[in-house]
Design a protein around this ligand. Structure first.
Ligand SMILES: O=P(O)(O)OC[C@H](O)CO
Length: 281
């Protein structure tokens, strides 16, 4: 039996697929070539097949998240247009995306249509949106900022997002409950909100003298606004590092104490969840 590149024996066991240019006897868990694929194959053998319930995909919150992803190429195309209104159009596109970020979560909770797919897609869309906007701002920094001013927060935030995605993948692959330790928390939401506010403000001030006037006082105000926006982005950068260390601490605590934190542990501030009473038939 076979499907989507996976070959199964009649007994249901996943069969070994030989790697290109590698003799079967060379394949081993210690080989850097195939350590990953062997690991996944072993995991697949060990895991019981879970019956997956069909999940609704095109719910209103998910459509909003998809819309946010569609806005990314729109932002990229608009960014380099020479038209005087292009910078403010970019700001409008980015602010719209930021609003959908708030709206999709709100609607999912309000309409009680949260889904595992939405929980996966939402942070991914945020990461792509934030990283794209940061790269664009670093490529053409608004006056009076330089490339140097933008470089550090951009590198820290994008590095953090890559690490965070890898941490989630690793937690999910461990096959245990560790994925719960990396579920989006309020600190993660605040850091995204702060970054989006900082970037929205910076885009609004970018070349704003075209619309607001080119006299000295106005230019000074616009430049002050741009500097303040950078301060907000730095605050978002600080929260990004803080929330990452928080997620890492959660994962570490999970693997160190899989049965729950011991009494008196500094992180054991929350009371244990009440155990629901067993239903009697
Ligand atoms: O905690 P993160 O980095 O996965 O991000 C949180 C999301 O952006 C919240 O919408």
């Amino acid at each position: 039996m076979s499907g989507r590149g996976i070959t199964r024996s009649p007994s249901g066991e996943i069969q070994r697929v030989p790697l290109l240019f590698t003799a079967p006897e060379q394949e081993s868990l210690d080989s850097p070539i195939d350590r990953r694929s062997d690991y996944y194959r072993q995991q697949a053998r060990q895991k019981k097949r879970v019956i997956q319930q069909p999940q609704p995909l095109m719910t209103l919150p998910n459509i909003l998240t998809f819309f946010r992803i569609v806005l990314i190429p729109v932002l990229c195309v608009l960014w380099f247009q020479p038209h005087q209104l292009a910078p403010i159009a970019c700001a409008v596109v980015f602010i719209t995306a930021a609003v959908t970020d708030w709206a999709d979560g709100y609607l999912a909770r309000k309409l009680k249509i949260t889904s595992a797919f939405g929980a996966f897609l939402d942070p991914v869309a945020d990461k792509i949106m934030v990283s794209t906007a940061l790269i664009l701002l670093a490529a053409t920094p608004p006056e009076p900022l330089s490339h140097k001013d933008m470089a550090a927060p951009v590198v820290i935030i994008i590095g953090r997002e890559i690490t965070m995605s890898a941490l989630r993948e690793w937690a999910a692959l461990s096959g245990s409950g560790a994925h719960k330790a990396v579920k989006v928390n309020s600190l993660g939401k605040w850091k995204t909100a702060l970054q989006m506010v900082g970037m929205s403000a910076m885009m609004t001030f970018r070349r704003a003298e075209y619309l607001l006037g080119n006299h000295d006082e106005m230019v000074r105000l616009i430049q002050l606004g741009t500097r303040m926006s950078l301060v907000i982005i730095w605050a978002g950068t600080f929260l990004a590092v803080w929330s990452l260390s928080n997620y890492m601490a959660n994962v570490w605590a999970y693997f160190r104490y899989p049965d729950g934190l011991p009494e008196g542990h500094p992180a054991a501030t929350k009371p244990p969840l009440p155990v629901p009473p067993k239903k009697t038939p």
